[in-house]
Design a protein around this ligand. Structure first.
Ligand code: SF4
Length: 240
């Protein structure tokens, strides 16, 4: 792994660093990744608040940084409109989606397969086509029960490093960053949403678990679409 992986206790960092220190740490991680991977680095922009913060941080480090958006046929119209606005402003964001034929309402009967086809496969394609060696995400360890076991720098897939520069940020700190830097977000947040996904699989959550409104009523409730948990490259490190 070319980027220095820290073995610091992630939970200790969540409570031990203040907001300004977390911003500096995130900028430092992105800077180091840019120096190491150059053009082979890309930001995965989900159009959620965390990605908006990471994209803004990344642009401060390198205005030429590129990225990709994975969208699906089931995204809410507000998210689609926000995506068009975002891509118009940042044409260096490439959009990937799957138009594969799927059974009606597969998200109710087999959400894992639905996410696999509509989210994981286009993510693999983005990484392959953009020749990405390091992808940068907005994943945070305080988002919910499935996000506690991650590191700031990871190589879960051979030959593909993942940088999670705001891993140790709390929800409040993301909003603090966005407000202080005047970063525009998806208008759905004004309705009370805290974690945004596809329309049929997203509800408003009010408890401690930010992702509790995702896939409500299915075995995936509060879980993951798979881009952070499923393999994105082949075992030999190739991305074909
Ligand atoms: S979030 Fe729901 S609709 Fe979107 S890909 Fe996953 S299962 Fe399908």
């Amino acid at each position: 792994m070319g980027l220095t992986a820290t073995q610091e206790d992630v939970k200790a960092l969540v409570d031990g660093l203040n907001f300004a220190e977390k911003v500096e740490r995130a900028l430092g991680l992105i800077r180091q990744a840019c120096e190491t991977y150059g053009d082979r680095l890309a930001v995965a922009h989900s159009l959620g608040k965390d990605s908006c913060a990471v994209w803004d941080l990344a642009k401060r480090v390198n205005p030429d940084i590129r990225g990709f958006i994975v969208t699906t046929r089931h995204k809410p119209r507000q998210t689609v409109a926000f995506m068009h606005e975002t891509v118009e402003r940042y044409p260096e964001l490439q959009v990937f989606r799957s138009d594969a034929a799927l059974p009606e309402r597969l998200y109710e009967t087999d959400p894992d397969r639905c996410c696999d086809v509509l989210k994981v496969e286009p993510t693999r394609r983005a990484i392959r086509e953009m020749k990405v060696a390091c992808w940068v995400t907005g994943l945070r360890c305080t988002e919910g029960r499935t996000r506690t076991d991650f590191q700031e720098v990871e190589e879960r897939d051979k030959g593909l490093v993942k940088l999670n520069p705001i891993l140790i940020w709390r929800e409040r700190e993301v909003w603090q960053y966005l407000a202080l830097n005047g970063v525009k977000v998806n208008p759905l947040y004004a309705q009370g949403y805290r974690s945004l996904g596809c329309e049929p699989c997203t509800r408003i959550a009010t408890g401690a678990d930010e992702r509790a409104g995702r896939w409500v009523g299915t075995s995936k409730c509060g879980g993951e679409c798979g881009i952070h948990t499923r393999p994105l490259t082949s075992p030999d490190g190739s991305v074909d």
